[in-house]
Each structure stands twice: as structure tokens, then as C-alpha cells.
Design a protein around this ligand. Structure first.
Ligand SMILES: Nc1nc2c(ncn2[C@@H]2O[C@H](COP(=O)(O)OP(=O)(O)OP(=O)(O)O)[C@@H](O)[C@H]2O)c(=O)[nH]1
Ligand SMILES: [Mg+2]
Length: 288
């Protein structure tokens, strides 16, 4: 049996409540085939971009400090290697715009999908990456290693500016990373997020939302990760941060943080999110 959380435990506004009650939870809000891990793993391992115009799908992760962007990249690395990967990525986004590639087992080869992450949504002005800079990154104008300047955006005169981005330099899928266990995002961050989303939509860049730390979201998911799509709390979280993103573009995950070995349920969630990132990115590349 499954105990749902009370309806009074979060501060939802009217719109959120409508969304929430419209989708009262009698059934899991998504059916996930937990047994799909191996199929998904094979799929992402064998993936090759449809067109020769690019050598990889570039995924840009953005979201607040500590949301789990770096942890997601290391978790993907671990899942692909089939063992815990020791990747030192924590705090990395401060050190500049960096492309994270993942090595294949075969020496000298990398998977044809790469990740960048941007800590772009700090509330206090003068901190975090500006919406202008995120737009430049989406278009491929930000060179690897460029350290974002919180005071002024990147200009064409800057050595970090890539004036002729190749299809590979562009971002092919945008992922907003938020954590399931943090308090609601503030209006300022929400606005910034909307601006980024709008910019990406104008460029037709596909977007999805990664909801991390679901293991810490509520007692039910702590007990068993398989309860994830039944969790009312999580559904609520997902609904009110929706911002016009359809529910089927939300991917709850648990990143590997403290564990020393892999777990099939954790892997399944990571792989189903990764697979969709790759597919969305590939679709976008087709239209470029
Ligand atoms: N329990 C749990 N902890 C997580 C999860 N994801 C990340 N963490 C922890 O949350 C903390 C922050 O994660 P990071 O991956 O560094 O977050 P980030 O978004 O890269 O943060 P910045 O680089 O500072 O912008 C780390 O201590 C992680 O171990 C998760 O899914 N579950
Ligand atoms: Mg980081």
C-alpha cells in the first residue's frame, strides 16, 4: 500500500493547485519499464548521430548551484562504464565553460554526446551567468574554457568568443536541472529561467527538465526508488515547476553521490533521461 502526502505541505499558488488537482494521482503518473535498463544502455552505447554534419550531440545543463548538474555527468559516466567513475566535477562550473566528454572502453574513443554545464541562475545580481551569455552558449559562441564574467557578457572582441560556430559547437538540447528537495525557486530565478527557455524555444532547441535528488524527495522514494512515479510530492514539484514544459519532458533521477556500487533502478532512471536527451538532440540536429 502507498501512503500519499497531505495536501497542505507545500505552498502552491492557484495555478499550481489547478494543475495539481486536475491530475489527482490514482495511478502512477508515468509508466516506466524498470526492466529497460539493458535496452536503453545498448541504445545509448550504439548511438551515432543521424547526420555527418556533427560528431556529437551537445547537451547543456543549467540550473542552480548544487542542483546536481556535475553529479549527473559523473553518474552517466558511471552507468556507461558499469562501475563507479571517479570524476572530480564538483564545483566545476565556476571554472569556466567546459565540454565534458566520456571515454568509451575502446582507447581513444569518446561517446558521440557531450555535456556542458552552466551555473546560471543565481538570484543575487552580479552572480551567475547572464541570460545573454547563455544565449551565446546556445548558439555556440562560447569557446571552451571561457570563464563567464558575472559583471559583463561576452563580446565578439573577447578571445573567448567563437565568431564562427560549427554545428558541433552549438547546443542541441537544453536541460534545466532542479532538485526535488529544495524549497521553491524564487520569482527572480523563475523569471531568468523563463527567459532562457524562451530564447531556446526561439531557436527551436528542444528542452527537458531533470529533477534530481528524488531519493531525498519524500519518504516513499527514500524507501524504494520504484515509487518515484507514484509520489504525490514529486508530482506536485514537477507540476509547479512546469512553466509550460509538458509533463512528459520531466525526468526524475537519483544521481550517484555516496554509493560505492551501481544499482539497476538508479541506472534505469539515468538511462531513460539520457536516451531522451540524445533523441531530442538528434532530432534538432536534423533540422539545423
Ligand atoms: N542524495 C542525492 N544527492 C545528490 C544528488 N545529486 C547530487 N547530489 C549531491 O548534491 C551536491 C551538489 O551536487 P553537484 O553535482 O555538485 O551540483 P551542481 O549542480 O554541479 O552544482 P554547481 O557546480 O556548484 O553549480 C553534491 O554533494 C552531490 O553529491 C542526488 O540525486 N541525490
Ligand atoms: Mg557542478
Amino acid at each position: 500500500s502507498f501512503t500519499f502526502y497531505s495536501d497542505t505541505d507545500t505552498n502552491l499558488n492557484d495555478d499550481d493547485l489547478t494543475l495539481y488537482f486536475l491530475s489527482a494521482l490514482r495511478n502512477p503518473w508515468r509508466n516506466i519499464c524498470w526492466g529497460n535498463k539493458w535496452k536503453d544502455l545498448q541504445y545509448v552505447k550504439n548511438y551515432q548521430p543521424q547526420t555527418k554534419a556533427v560528431s556529437h550531440v551537445r547537451v547543456l545543463l543549467y540550473g542552480p548551484v548544487g542542483a546536481g548538474k556535475s553529479s549527473f555527468i559523473s553518474s552517466v559516466t558511471s552507468v556507461l562504464r558499469g562501475r563507479m567513475a571517479n570524476v572530480a566535477l564538483v564545483g566545476d562550473s565556476y571554472h569556466g565553460y567546459k565540454t565534458h566528454k566520456i571515454k568509451k572502453e575502446v582507447r581513444g574513443n569518446f561517446y558521440p554526446f557531450v555535456f556542458n554545464d552552466i551555473m546560471g541562475l543565481e538570484e543575487k545580481t552580479g552572480q551567475g551567468v547572464s541570460v545573454e551569455d547563455i544565449k551565446l552558449a546556445l548558439k555556440g559562441h562560447v569557446k571552451d574554457g571561457y570563464k563567464f564574467n558575472p559583471v559583463s557578457s561576452l563580446t565578439p572582441e573577447d578571445p573567448g568568443y567563437n565568431s564562427s560556430p560549427s554545428p558541433d559547437d552549438r547546443v542541441h538540447v537544453l536541460v534545466w536541472v532542479c532538485s526535488a528537495n529544495t524549497p521553491n525557486v524564487t520569482p527572480a530565478i523563475l523569471q531568468k529561467m523563463r527567459d532562457v527557455r524562451e530564447a531556446a524555444s526561439d531557436m527551436n532547441i528542444p528542452q527537458l527538465v531533470l529533477v534530481t535528488k528524488v531519493d531525498e524527495a519524500c519518504a516513499e522514494t527514500e524507501k524504494d526508488l520504484k515509487n518515484i512515479y507514484k509520489s504525490k510530492h514529486l508530482k506536485k514539484k514537477v507540476s509547479f515547476s512546469a512553466l509550460g514544459v509538458p509533463l512528459n519532458c520531466f525526468f526524475p533521477v537519483k544521481n550517484y553521490s555516496k554509493e560505492i556500487s551501481l544499482n539497476d533502478d538508479v541506472d534505469s532512471l539515468i538511462l531513460s533521461a539520457l536516451r531522451v536527451m540524445i533523441d531530442f538532440g538528434d532530432d534538432f540536429i536534423e533540422t539545423m
